[in-house]
Structures are given as C-alpha cells and as structure tokens.
Design a protein around this ligand. Structure first.
Ligand code: SF4
Length: 346
C-alpha cells in the first residue's frame, strides 16, 4: 500500500535518535528501534516487543516500514531458488539463491529494469523504471539468507550484484545497502564475500576506488575488441575499452584487488582466435581472472552458446598465458534464474 508517511528506514541511526529526543524520549530508544529495523529485519512496529505500546503507536502514526514481499518463489531441480520480489509500490524485481557444495550465493537486483541495453540480456528488454532503495536491496539479501537457512541448512555466504540493473547506475543506494549488509548492526557479513558486477562504467569504477570500497569488482567484459563489444553492449560506444582499461588500472593501483572478468562466448560473435587473443592482451593490463559463463538463450535469436571446442580453445589459450580461468556452469535454468535470464517472467 502506498502512503504519504515516511519510510522509517530512510532515516540514519542519528536521525532516529534525534527523532526520539524531539519526542521527549531518550536517544537510546532510537538505537533500539534501529536494531529492530536492520538487525532483526522487523516488518511491523508491533514486532518491536521491547518498545512500549504507546511508542509503537506513535511510530505507526508517523512512519511506515516499506518492506519487500516474496511474491513468488520457484525452486529449481539443482537447488537454485528464484524470488520474484514485490516492492512497496507494486513493482517486481528478481533475486536468486545459488547453492554449491561449498557456498550459498545471493544474486541481487539493484534497479527495476536496467538503464543499459546489452543485446543478450533479458533484463534489458524491460525499461528502467527506477532505482532500488538501500532497504529494498538489503531485504533481498535477508530473504535469501532465510531461504538458505531453511532449505540448505546454512547461512548465506556470498553476495553478487549481478541481478537486474547496473549497480553503478544506482551507486549511492548500493553502497548504503552494502554498508548495512556488512555492518555489525545489520547482517555483519564480510565485504570480502561481496562482489559488485558492472558492465563497466569507467567514471564510477574510479569513484569506487577513491571511496575505498572493500568489496570485490567484476566486469562483464564479453569482448576485448571495440566493434564486437559495441555490437553486443551498445553503451561501449560511450564508455570505450580504453577508458575501461584506464579505470581498471586506476582501481588496481588504489585497491590492489584483482578484477574478475565475466565472459560469455557466443557462436559466431566472439568465438574466434582473434577474440581470444584480444582477451589475453586485455588481461595483461591488470591482475585478473576470467570467469567463462555458460549462456542461457533468452530466445532463439542470434545469441547462442558457442561450441565446446571454442570454449576449450579459450581455456587452453588463457591457461597458456597463466591467466586464471574458471568455467561457471549455469544454474537454475529450468526456472529462468540463470545469468541474463531475469525478466519477471514468473
Ligand atoms: S547485462 Fe546487466 S547491465 Fe546489461 S542490460 Fe542486463 S542487467 Fe543491464
């Protein structure tokens, strides 16, 4: 339900403390409420059992707690779970839990739709409606953590910002969400277990380095040849590879943290030796590893997974050049939860 009351989770802890002081109460009450809102992820004021009934009523009169609802949860044969998440204004985004024997990863969304237009991506077909608020990103993580504990008997171990949207186009809110996720007053997760995946916005990569962020950086590269990358990721015309390279060099100089390149190999698009050689050259600029990701066709169009011979050739060549390469088998394909498939189809 949409109301005119302010979302209480838009307030900082300091603002909450001030609010209580202005109400003639103790600042400490702000700490208690803050703990309920973030650490305990309360959905209603009535959940706040150590707060008096009068105070809860006063909060109810002044604020709302906008929280997400998991509208539809689908479970894949391989244990992957996809949530269609309803936001307070009725819009839907998707997030995914990906279990492996050693870890449970949440793939979360940062925008409703996407600002960018990658040709191979199902999300790109939804126009960008709005950015997610920090609490909406945080809540996706909480929901997946609960599902991980329930269905896989272990807490969430990793988070990737690789769902719907370009996280660097919603930078401030993504950072605020990560702040809450890593804070002892939130979920207390280590920032080393968080990866922000971007299609490569040079100015913002530099800003992250300047801001001293502690999480990992992944770049959806997909081609190190200008014309090829522009044909599959048209915004590459605005942010060309030289600018991306310079930003990544800046990132590494400041953070000393390796970059992961996400890379899909498509039939007839980037599956030649020339494409491989260009990637090898790009990988020499900054310490990195390459994740080759299995592609999940979103229709019967021009983007089809390359042959296993082409993938083998990529792997062999990268290894010959001592570049670390992993192959990521896609998970959750039967529920359209795999990489590039998130498009609110459920
Ligand atoms: S791949 Fe990522 S950045 Fe590109 S359109 Fe899809 S969601 Fe947006």
């Amino acid at each position: 339900m949409v109301t005119n009351k302010k979302d209480i989770r838009a307030l900082t802890k300091e603002q909450l403390r001030d609010f209580f002081v202005k109400q003639g109460d103790k600042a400490f009450r702000g700490n208690q409420v803050y703990e309920w809102l973030w650490q305990k992820a309360a959905h209603t004021f009535d959940d706040m059992t150590n707060i008096s009934k009068e105070t809860r009523k006063m909060l109810e009169d002044n604020f709302v707690i906008n929280h997400i609802e998991v509208d539809n949860m689908q479970r894949s044969n391989d244990g992957t779970i996809k949530n269609a998440v309803r936001l307070h204004d009725g819009l839907i985004v998707e997030s995914v839990l990906i279990p492996t024997p050693t870890r449970t990863t949440a793939c979360v969304s940062s925008q409703v739709g996407c600002s960018l237009d990658c040709k191979f991506c199902a999300t790109a077909r939804l126009k960008r409606m709005r950015n997610l608020n920090p609490d909406e990103i945080y809540d996706q993580v909480v929901a997946i953590d609960n599902e991980s504990r329930h269905y896989h008997n272990r807490p969430l171990s990793n988070i990737v910002f690789m769902g719907m949207g370009e996280p660097l186009m919603n930078y401030n809110n993504v950072l605020k969400a990560i702040d809450k996720i890593t804070s002892p007053e939130g979920l207390g997760m280590s920032s080393k277990r968080i990866t922000l995946s971007t299609s490569g916005v040079p100015k913002m990569i530099k800003k992250m380095a300047d801001d001293g962020v502690k999480f990992n950086l992944a770049v959806s590269l997909h081609s190190a040849i200008e014309e090829v990358r522009t044909s599959i990721m048209p915004f590459n015309e605005t942010f060309p590879l030289d600018d991306l390279r310079e930003a990544l060099e800046y990132w590494y100089a400041k953070t000393k943290r390796k970059i992961s390149y996400e890379y899909v190999v498509w039939n007839g698009i980037n599956d030649t030796q020339k494409d491989i050689d260009a990637l090898v050259k790009f990988c020499k600029y900054v310490p990195c590893k390459v994740n080759i990701i299995e592609y999940n066709p979103i229709d019967d169009g021009e983007y089809q997974q390359a042959s296993s011979e082409a993938l083998e050739q990529y792997i062999k060549t990268l290894e010959q050049h001592r570049i670390v390469v992993n192959v990521r088998r896609s998970r959750g394909k039967d529920i359209d939860a795999a990489c590039g498939q998130l498009a609110n189809k459920s």
